[in-house]
Design a protein around this ligand. Structure first.
Ligand code: B12
Ligand code: SF4
Ligand code: SF4
Length: 414
């Protein structure tokens, strides 16, 4: 979930702090609201307390295939390793509202997509807001230049830990930042700055709370990815598997993935604090304003079998400007084949048969698994032919197992 972001304010000499903390706080609170953030706090640049837990998590391989997390661990623990001029982090929160998808076929593939990814890409929308915050701040503080760099899930910062230090909430047992009244339906972003600010919420209202004895999220996770309160094994997390993982997905996890084709919301929908937040309608913004989660036509205008029938060009045209572009066609169609099997979608059999001939092994393998789960009356010969076409003995063996599983389950003829 991480890429690099542009930097601003390069080449400015170290500037002394011209403004006292007390003067900056009301200004920053006003600017945060003006650029559309719900809350803003300041946090330290270094996180020595998290060094050991982070390194243990990485040593245990809990980051799965996200090698970039291990490579950037030291940068995450202290942003001065990348920006030696950094003095504080401005951490911002933006709430979103998970809409109920429209009923029936009009919902297209929306139900399989995590709420945060159904509309506009939050990375783009919020990164612009954080950059604007930096520009407005510099205007207001003229002639003092402000060195700064914006991140919204786009760089090596411990965003949730920074948000906790900034008094914006607590890290829940689902691992996410929770806020009273809003729960975890929030995005986070950071502006690294050279401003000397003491840590805490800029409006002085600390968002405190705790999970208490609740463990609903741990119980709700179908793959057992929450291995302890607040600790995630990414290799088992449906969000990781559907968005970040490249290659075939571990077969032992597929049935537990249900109908998700991009992300997963189960540890959030199980959370009583999130339920209360939605009931009280405390999340600002309605469907008209909240363009993060209002489903885009790219998702509502397509069914699961239609998705499985897209070639590279059609896929690019439809998804290039949406969050679903990240796993590319190979990843998203792989997920859709698994969802089709789990949802018993016999209308996906024909496109799955066609995918047995796809140039991608990941898709041929997922199509074979999908068909062997669905066991339709037709298509066995296609799978046999697909197995014979494979040149690699290991791959042939995988498809042969599916063939045996499928054939063994068919009623005997005669
Ligand atoms: C990598 C990543 C993922 C990975 C790994 C998840 C993870 N928890 O780290 C995957 C792909 C699985 C993922 C999934 C999701 N992600 Co993500 N992800 C990130 C990213 C880029 C880095 C996170 C990171 O640094 N992980 C490293 C590990 C070591 O951190 P950690 O899990 O907090 O580990 C600490 C705890 O285990 C702690 N610990 C040890 N014992 C205990 C005990 C307790 C009780 C607690 C609380 C903690 C604790 O010690 C560790 C070290 O400090 C951040 C953006 C960012 N730059 O921060 C977004 C981010 C965390 N993701 C986000 C979102 C929205 C999601 C999803 C909800 C998306 C979805 N719907 O599918 C899921 C939720 C899954 C989950 N329950 O965590 C948001 C969270 C917003 C919020 N309100 O908190 C972020 C902040 C992006 C953003 N800018 O908004 N994500
Ligand atoms: S996002 Fe889904 S799979 Fe991942 S921890 Fe939460 S419930 Fe489990
Ligand atoms: S479900 Fe319960 S334990 Fe999990 S994050 Fe919500 S309040 Fe905390």
């Amino acid at each position: 979930m991480s890429t690099s972001a542009g930097s601003e304010g390069k080449g400015v000499p170290d500037a002394p702090s011209l403004h006292a903390d007390d003067e900056l706080r009301p200004l920053l609170t006003r600017l945060g609201a003006e650029v559309g953030l719900d809350a803003l706090g300041s946090a330290p640049v270094a996180y020595p307390r998290h060094e050991q837990p982070l390194k243990t998590w990485l040593d245990e391989g809990r980051h799965a295939g996200m090698s970039w997390l291990a490579e950037s661990a030291d940068l995450r623990l202290d942003v001065r390793r990348r920006f030696p001029w950094a003095r504080s982090l401005l951490v911002g929160v933006k709430a979103y509202r998970p809409h109920d998808p429209p009923a029936g076929s009009e919902s297209g593939i929306v139900r399989g997509v995590s709420a945060y990814a159904r509309g506009r890409d939050y990375h783009e929308v919020l990164l612009d807001r954080f950059k604007l915050l930096g520009n407005r701040l510099e205007q207001e503080l003229t002639p003092r230049p402000v060195r700064r760099h914006a991140y919204v899930d786009t760089g090596p910062v411990l965003e949730r830990q920074a948000a906790v230090e900034a008094g914006l909430g607590w890290q829940g047992k689902n691992g996410l930042l929770l806020r009273p009244g809003e729960g975890s339906w929030t995005f986070l972003g950071v502006l690294v700055t050279d401003l000397d600010l003491s840590p805490g919420p800029l409006d002085g209202h600390t968002a405190s709370g705790s999970c208490g004895s609740c463990r609903a999220c741990l119980a709700a996770c179908p793959t057992g990815a929450l291995i302890a309160p607040g600790v995630i094994d990414s290799g088992r997390c449906i969000s990781y598997l559907t968005i970040e993982h490249r290659g075939p997905i571990d077969r032992s996890l597929r049935r537990a993935m249900g109908g998700w084709i991009f992300g997963c919301d189960l540890c959030q929908t199980a959370c009583p604090i999130n339920h209360r937040a939605l009931r009280r309608q405390k999340i600002p913004g309605g469907p008209a304003e909240d363009d993060f989660t209002a489903p885009s036509p790219a998702l509502t205008g397509i069914t699961l079998p239609q998705l499985l029938s897209l070639d590279e060009d059609a896929f690019r045209q439809r998804f290039r400007k949406t969050p679903l572009w990240r796993p590319r066609r190979e990843g998203l169609l792989r997920n859709a084949l698994i969802a089709a099997a789990n949802l018993r979608r016999l209308d996906c059999v024909d496109p799955a048969r066609a995918l047995l001939r796809d140039p991608s092994w990941v898709l041929r393998e997922a199509a074979s698994w999908c068909l062997s789960e669905l066991r339709p009356p037709e298509g066995l010969d296609d799978l046999r032919a697909a197995m014979q076409r494979e040149e690699d003995a290991q791959r042939q063996k995988v498809l042969a197992q599916d063939l045996i599983r499928w054939a063994g389950a068919l009623p005997r003829s005669g």
